[in-house]
Design a binder for this molecule. Sequence first.
Ligand code: AMP
Length: 249
Amino acid sequence: MKILVAVKRVIDYNVKVRVKADNSGVETANVKMSMNPFCEIAVEEAVRLKEKGVASEIVVVSIGPQQAQETLRTALALGADRAVLIKTDADVEPLAVSKLLKEVVAKESPEMVILGKQTIDGDNNQTGQMLAALLDWPQGTFASEVVVEGGAVKVTREIDGGLETVNLSLPAVVTTDLRLNEPRFAKLPDIMKAKKKPLEEVAPADLGVDVAPRVTTLKVEPPAVREAGIKVESVAELVEKLKNEAKVI
Ligand code: AMP
């Protein structure tokens, strides 16, 4: 079974994001970038399925600038076999990402596409769902367990009220939640080997997809700064302040 995994290069989750002075977006110059954490979990799941003998090949795909090659090389070091970079400097919206992925699916014919449930930069939580709709494939989103059995995949989903288990016939789209697995770290010999693995580059136009944005960002603002707290001398004073100043009790 061939698995396609979509990985996005985003600002590293440890970086304190700064808003640009003109409020047009966030600062990405000279900022550490890494693989989106939910995409790391997607790669790890595909690698585990390959180690179990369920998957035979893992193809990773990223839509982004030249530097997204580094993200793809990381995925190759973690165990993916081949990579495809759809190179663009544009900020590609979820619908366009889904259309591009649909074209890659048409070319590669995977039996499963694994995506992160969400990117930590756009916080969209849309791409997997849109891709499933465009392909007319079943989807298992927010997966915390994935079991492939005889032409189907059983996905346990993290939902508000608890866990839901769905059975999807393959081919299917799966998106990963935080508790699905704990991604491994790439070992140095694997990082060296990854440099020799195939990485194909294509442009969105080669796939016939228009990636022009449909949404205009009007303004980006940092969250309001929290006011400093105060120390109270007694419980009575605390209750008095909660009642009369904060007016919460
Ligand atoms: P989103 O809908 O933007 O929150 O993204 C959900 C998932 O879609 C991500 O975790 C990735 O697996 C995939 N994805 C989104 N944008 C890209 C991109 N530019 N390149 C590759 N995969 C992407």
